[in-house]
Design a binder for this molecule. Sequence first.
Ligand SMILES: Cc1cc2nc3c(=O)[nH]c(=O)nc-3n(C[C@H](O)[C@H](O)[C@H](O)COP(=O)(O)OP(=O)(O)OC[C@H]3O[C@@H](n4cnc5c(N)ncnc54)[C@H](O)[C@@H]3O)c2cc1C
Length: 492
Amino acid sequence: MSNKVAIIGSGFSGLSAACSLAHKGFDVNVYEKNELPGGRARKLEENGYVFDMGPTWYWLPDVFENFFGAFGKTPSDYYKLVRLDPSYRMFFQNKEYLDMPADYESILQLFESIEPGSAKKLDKFLKEAAYKYQLGINNIVHKPALKATDFMQWDILKGAFKLDVFRSISSVIRRQFKDERLIRILEFPVIFLGAKPADTPALYSLMNYADMSLGTWYPMGGMYKVIEGMKQLAGELGTTFHFNAPVSGINIRNNLVTDIQLNGKSYATDYVLGSADYHYIDQQLTPLPYRNYSEKYWEKRSMAPSALLFYLGINKKLPNLLHHNLVFDTSFEKHADEIYKQPKWPEEPAIYISCSTKTDAQVAPEGHENVIVLIPVAPGLSDSENITEHYYHYILQKLEYLTGENIKDHVVYKKSYAHSDFITDYNAYKGNAYGLANTLKQTGFMKPKIKNRKVKNLFYAGQLTTPGPGVPPSIISGMVSARELEKQFNMN
Ligand SMILES: Cc1cc2nc3c(=O)[nH]c(=O)nc-3n(C[C@H](O)[C@H](O)[C@H](O)COP(=O)(O)OP(=O)(O)OC[C@H]3O[C@@H](n4cnc5c(N)ncnc54)[C@H](O)[C@@H]3O)c2cc1C
């Protein structure tokens, strides 16, 4: 077998796999259905605005450093990173808000000023979170998670109790902190992982360590700069890219992938690494006898939320907002139930507002604001123009209330984005935004596997497999899957 690899998709996981394999001397071709790389992290450039269509939070900077470091590079070879201070603003009822300072001592003081005695508890909580982070990010997430024994290693077993896999993060937080605002601050990071805090293992307090100790960063120009950097690196390492190239089938003979189908032609390959949504690769592109799972299996998976997004260009400056703003002025419990328990369009959702012009003047015309509003919603809902308009009015009211400004007459660019767009643009299962939820039952080796069971030259990467959703995990996923593919190559 020679070493030609076809990677389907050019999101973070596909680019990461491409760099890893090209670096090892594989002949790598990336096939991407859209005209730009980046997948969910694409950019939208219109009328002088540059919107990040997906991720806006740059967390876990060490994962990016390690990634670029694996190729003798640093993130600064490709983009300029700044640390945000405050990291974000969290709004509660009646416009009350708390700003999360970047500095650790200031965070402890903030907690103490709200709930006496809480600084000490937070310090202990974060030390435990640091332990989970070190073991989790430096060790566990790099496992291929093909079987339970992948985790039977002395330092993991020794720390298993401390890793808190069996208690929920919500119970651990609520036992120690009583003030609802502090609880909200501590619970919000796991929303990124796609499940209610009550259903998320306390292992993921490592996200609090990421938030409060490692900090919130921003690549000048936007998150898309990271995609551009990774694409450039993949090119430098010898990857060939094909855009507007929707793969429509994977041909398999005698339990081996022989070629992929594209625009009515077939292209021979020795390996396929599918980094588009796993469900799509498995159920739509792979012939029935070789699928890793049944449709019933997928139906039973808990998917992370989808999102209704608004990309807004506003021709004036907005006071009272920071770069990142989380608005929890309604019942988040009710909203979370509308996402996870009884999926429906939410009545009074919490929202996230990004206003990157607070840090970066380049992403909008002078004097304007670049605003993205995100409403997390259940996957699998059907969206329509009426629904989108309803929430447009909802978010405009919120924005006007929080800023005290007339905004509706100053929106000079507007685009909405929801489930049907995720499906059309990315073949997203149920229109999910964030992949597979990191619930208790979908952690570690209980995730869809990175390797096909019957076809030894078919691999998977991305936010529906190991280690999970989010930019840093997707980057790691590409590296882990590439390593498994290389192992297989060496065995042939
Ligand atoms: C709105 C939103 C906000 C987010 N915010 C954050 C955040 O702030 N921080 C964070 O860390 N994470 C965030 N995330 C999550 C993060 O963006 C994702 O986890 C990550 O980008 C997923 O990368 P991926 O490579 O798994 O998938 P994708 O980015 O979806 O890449 C898959 C690629 O495959 C392509 N493809 C699909 N079908 C085919 C086909 N048949 N042929 C060829 N190509 C195909 C798609 O076009 C796509 O480019 C956010 C996600 C969304 C949607």
